[in-house]
Design a protein around this ligand. Sequence first.
Ligand code: G3I
Length: 378
Amino acid sequence: MFMKIMTTVGIMGIFLATSGFAQTTLKEAFKNDFLIGAALNEAAFTGQNINAVALIKTQFNTISPENVLKWESIHPKPDQYDFSAADRYVEFGQKNKMFIVGHTLVWHNQTPKWVFQDDQGNPVDRDTLLKRMHKHISTVVGRYKGKIGGWDVVNEALNEDGTLRDSPWEKIIGEDYLLKAYQFAHEADPQAELYYNDYSLENAPKQNGAVALIKKLQAQGVPITAVGLQGHYKMDWPGPQQVDATIQAFSKLGVKVMITELDLDVLPPATRSQAAEVSMNFALQAKLNPYTNGLPDAVQQTLAKRYADLFAVFVQHHDTISRVTFWGVTDGDSWLNNWPVKGRAAHPLLFNRDGKPKPAFNAVIQTSKLPQDLQKLM
Ligand code: G3I
């Protein structure tokens, strides 16, 4: 039955994507399924990128901050906060009546070195780092209490084998840094949703590690609202059934599932790794950057079908999935233009560099209109 749904959706998706069917908007199409949004860079929420602003307002009902709420952006020095950009991000969300996401409080990336060091550059002790974490979280979450609806409290705490990443947080505080981070966030805003966010949770070893982590936090009284599957997917990984099984695995824990950073890398892989590990980078070569003049139609159609297959699974699990967020608004905004190869022309999203919908947009919209008989089967 699952395959029947997939096939029907896939055929429909391609047909309708090429037939230029009259379109609704993403937020309208999925209003009975889940919130749908995008990660915003500063040019988007400050209004500099007028294309992006128009798309965000018409297509989305939730926003995430690509970078401006990360530790390095808002807390660059021990006693210096800079909320100028973050405040504008939150104001944009409030003005447009959107669900505002906070990303991210505790991460091993984009966190200034001073957080983990004393004045001589030596690692601080557990109590000092816990105090710094507590101060940061209570200041940041407290500032946006009642405005930011949910936080990626901890981001990417696991290795690919499901063990805890050997980050400075883990090395200095110990594994209970996660418990403390969630406790501090909940204390600062008891109404805010609390998320655990990571990539490659579709792979069994890491998924098992995340399931164990969530169960442990729940046993310690942490009110985890949802798990974020980042969704930095390839054209051949993960398969729809793998995503289906992943959603089911986390749903069994009594938490919601969100797709938090969705994009599909259509470019030739520079590595066999599936990890969205930001530290990876490779030299630019023509063979890794074949679509500098736009996507050929055949690739547009392959991208359309891939998105349609994934959204069919999301719609099927609309009772569990609370949000789907794309990691960027248009192809030109995507981090994949510079990762893992700097200077590529990436095409991972639903809107092209001119802000125009690609065939994948039509295909995604159509998955929300599956014929009733198919919806009933889901
Ligand atoms: O702010 C500096 C700027 O001053 C400088 O001139 C410029 C030139 O190097 O760099 C700017 O910082 C860049 C930052 O984005 C803000 O634009 C960093 O170099 C760049 O590495 C950083 O990339 C971000 C990446 O996280 C870093 O970890 C991407 O934009 C962002 O999309 C990406 O997002 C992450 C999520 O937070 C977590 N999940 C994975 C996802 C993709 O890596």
